[in-house]
Design a protein around this ligand. Structure first.
Ligand SMILES: [Zn+2]
Length: 169
């Protein structure tokens, strides 16, 4: 399995409704984002118990993000920190960043009235994001300027996480 060396934190919106990590895992499985996790065993068991797809010698984890922050502020674990992401191909970010996504669609053009999910981050999401980002910055010694929105990654042609998303470290 290809490993990750986390030097950045890249923040996304899911551009959709407030759904669990397992639902996004199914979408991303269809797009072929899956990686096989075979160790450590307790982690494999944890994923399997949560409903991730068990395979002969491990479990498939397809959700592209490492963390998903739900509308109520709960943080759901996506793929393990040590595994490469599938959330931003530009600048090889999948190999050097932790991907954090907030559920919702914060783009005023794509989602003017909330038909594609909640239109702005909830207070709970921002609080949880702050906590998570500071925790990750500390354990991986990531500097503040390396905490960026998806659209700030050079050559990433996206509006993600939307113009209604505001966050400063
Ligand atoms: Zn994104």
């Amino acid at each position: 399995m290809e490993r990750l060396y986390p030097r950045f934190i890249v923040i996304h919106h899911t551009a959709g409704f407030d759904v669990p990590a397992l639902t996004i895992d199914r979408y991303h499985a269809e797009r072929g984002f899956g990686i096989k996790i075979t160790s450590p065993k307790p982690l494999v068991e944890e994923y399997a118990k949560r409903g991730f797809k068990r395979v002969s010698d491990g479990v498939m984890v397809s959700i592209g993000y490492h963390y998903l922050i739900r509308a109520d502020g709960c943080v759901e674990k996506g793929r393990p920190d040590f595994a490469r992401g599938a959330h931003c191909t530009a600048q090889s970010m999948n190999f050097q960043s932790i991907g954090v996504a907030l559920t919702g669609n914060f783009d005023s053009k794509d989602n003017p009235s909330g038909k594609k999910g909640h239109i702005a981050p909830t207070l709970g999401q921002i609080e949880a994001l702050k906590k998570l980002v500071f925790y990750l910055m500390e354990i991986y010694q990531i500097p503040g300027e390396n905490v960026i929105g998806h659209k700030q990654v050079k050559n990433a042609s996206t509006s993600c996480p939307g113009d209604r998303f505001e966050f400063k470290v």
